[in-house]
Design a protein around this ligand. Sequence first.
Ligand SMILES: [Zn+2]
Length: 248
Amino acid sequence: MLNRGSSRVRQRVVQAWLASTVVAVSWGASATVVAVDVGHSLAKPGSTSASGRPEFEYNRALAEDVIAQLAGVGIKTRAIGLNGEMDVLTARTQAAKGADLLLSIHHDSVQRQYLPVADHFTGFGVFASRKNFDPDTSLRCSTAIADRMLAIGRTPSLHHAEPIKGENRPLADARRGVYWFDDLIVLKTATQPAVLVEAAIIVNPMEERMISDALNRKLIASAIAAGVTQCLRTGVLGSRPSINGNYW
Ligand SMILES: [Zn+2]
């Protein structure tokens, strides 16, 4: 929980920083387009948070903030699955055709044996596929996004690398929480570089509270957008406040 005084100060710091991320960036006449994929759908909503909310709702809220941040630096976006009716994974990569980057937004869970109490799982993860059309750029964008997440005080979660059934994912970069997930459909079938971000582990009540805070969500969205922007070769940003340390 926040104390009210520090909350107001933090709000001003975060808002100033968010404003600094949307300074005029010389993007020129580029027609760069980022396809922002909202993970899951109303019918297939993904994991269930600690409080019982579907992952899709978190994905949609964060994707909307990422889209707003990218618009702020002049990057065009194409939202995929925002209305919750995109049930077929390959329809997502079809819809992304022609975009320069596919960015898929998700929130994370853990293996069933660790539920319902998942308090010690925190952090973010970023995924790329070596079977993607352009694995090198996919990894470069993953790295840039992870660096921006680290810069706001988020920590990578390495739980997908645990050598157990359902995990065992190879780490491309352990320090940054970047994984290879070669057969992930949206990454593998994309016709451009593709990155999937697991922004927070919503089966942990503390993480769910953190990401439910609109300012925290905007800060994380700005970190993702800044990583994308850096990866797509613009110059960005100002000073970086840390996200509220009470949460992790
Ligand atoms: Zn998901």
